[in-house]
Design a protein around this ligand. Structure first.
Ligand SMILES: Cc1cc2nc3c(=O)[nH]c(=O)nc-3n(C[C@H](O)[C@H](O)[C@H](O)COP(=O)(O)OP(=O)(O)OC[C@H]3O[C@@H](n4cnc5c(N)ncnc54)[C@H](O)[C@@H]3O)c2cc1C
Length: 389
């Protein structure tokens, strides 16, 4: 398992371009996106126009050709400003990874130039967070067309994306556990079937979607019939898990910075002391900082393991989101406690980060599932119990 190794010059260019988009569009709209639960369309369009949605696409189709290190830095910085935008972009990059490997050239080229937003439609009402066991079907009809039927429970950017990487049962019953498809947004029979009114990431538009008799050509199949789980684990999972960890890191780091500024700038007029003058506040801030920096180091090591094809790369990938999801939940909770009532109100931006942070541990594979996977690797068991998948 390896990823492209990024060069330092091109990553500096990306950082500077991203900085401008954040300053001009993403940071100013973050509060409104959260308060109104609005999809961050202007931020996504600005990222597309700046060439940042094509970062993970290969240079052969006009993309940036970047590996996980640079792409993770982008997600981390976006998450520090607007969790909803970061999640939309994270899902787009995770979908891009599989489309790059198995999708049609015209879609790859459209992603590379920023004209196409993609996402993952895996989770279903039937199998819930167990994305490895789709219940939606793909059947061949009398006229030879393949028709998809499914009730997807959560699809980030639903109704906003141009295409959906879609999981189903295989067409041939014994072909394997899952088949992946690339479903265009304008497919007949595809509907967004509900709203998203979440605790956090309120603008990421993770709405339910339904496919009813949705026709797909056999060319829409990504990799072989029944081979979708291997593709999901090999091509999608490393990107999704590493980028999710970067998303958590961005949120945690910004919460620590916010807390540090608050402790420094806030004084008690009757004593003249700042909040930072109490040793206990410095100790608690230090603990949050160390947790966050430990996550940064672990994430860096995970990317290095992937870049160098280290034997423990897959293990690191499974571990990193479990670590990140729990770290960001604890760190944002601790930052709320440190900053007291000021954090409880919206004035600091901490409560938004606290709410956004709750998503990581329940996004599939959830922390529970990842801990089980890691335990299985540690004891020599297969990732999935085939009899009880
Ligand atoms: C903001 C957000 C965006 C999302 N975007 C997408 C998206 O773009 N595409 C997509 O496909 N999905 C997406 N999801 C869905 C996500 O990946 C999960 O499928 C979903 O959050 C699971 O919720 P649930 O209530 O169905 O969980 P359930 O499966 O009902 O699980 C409930 C709890 O039980 C635990 N649990 C379940 N089974 C076991 C077990 N066997 N052992 C131990 N514990 C277990 C889980 O860890 C979880 O904590 C998104 C979710 C969120 C929150």
């Amino acid at each position: 398992m390896t990823t492209t190794v990024d060069n330092a010059d091109s990553s500096t260019d990306v950082a500077s371009t991203l900085g401008s988009v954040i300053d001009e569009v993403i940071r100013p709209q973050a509060t409104v996106v959260d308060r109104e639960g609005a999809f961050p369309r202007s931020g996504v369009d600005a990222l597309a126009a700046a060439g940042l949605l094509g970062l993970a696409s290969s240079t052969e189709v006009g993309g940036g050709g970047h590996g996980l290190r640079v792409v993770a830095e982008v997600v981390e910085r976006l998450a520090a400003e607007c969790g909803s935008t970061a999640m939309v972009v994270l899902m787009h990059y995770a979908a891009t990874a599989v489309i790059e490997a198995h999708g049609p050239r015209e879609v790859r080229a459209a992603i590379a130039t920023g004209d196409h937003l993609a996402t993952l439609a895996f989770s279903e009402y039937g199998s819930r967070s167990h994305f490895w066991s789709p219940t939606g079907t793909a059947r061949t009809t009398d006229d030879g067309t393949i028709r998809l039927d499914a009730r997807k429970s959560w699809v980030t950017s639903a109704g906003e994306a141009n295409s959906y990487v879609w999981s189903s049962l295989p067409v041939a019953p014994d072909a394997g556990p899952m088949t992946l498809w690339l479903v265009p947004a304008d497919s007949p029979g595809l509907t967004v079937s509900g709203d998203f009114d979440g605790l956090g990431l309120r603008g990421n538009g993770s709405r339910p979607m339904t496919a009813e008799g949705l026709p797909v050509p056999s060319t829409a199949m990504m990799s072989a019939d029944g081979a979708g789980l291997d593709t999901a684990l090999g091509a999608v999972l490393p990107w999704f898990l590493v980028l999710n960890a970067a998303f958590c890191l961005g949120l945690a780091d910004s919460a620590v910075a916010e807390a540090g500024q608050h402790l420094t700038a806030t004084t008690l007029t009757h004593t003249g002391a700042a909040l930072r003058d109490a040793p206990v506040t410095r100790r608690d801030l230090a603990r949050l900082m160390i947790r966050t920096d430990a996550l940064r180091a672990f994430l860096g090591d995970t990317v290095t393991a992937l870049e160098t094809g280290r034997d423990d790369a897959m293990l690191r990938v499974l571990q990193v989101k479990a670590l990140a999801g729990e770290t960001v939940a604890d760190v944002t909770d601790g930052a709320m406690q440190l900053c007291g009532g000021s954090a409880f109100r919206r004035e600091l931006g901490l409560e938004r980060r606290f709410r956004d942070a709750r998503a990581a541990r329940v996004m599939a594979p959830t922390t529970d599932a990842l801990l089980d996977f890691v335990g299985r690797v540690a004891t020599g068991l297969p990732l999935f119990d085939v009899a009880n998948r």
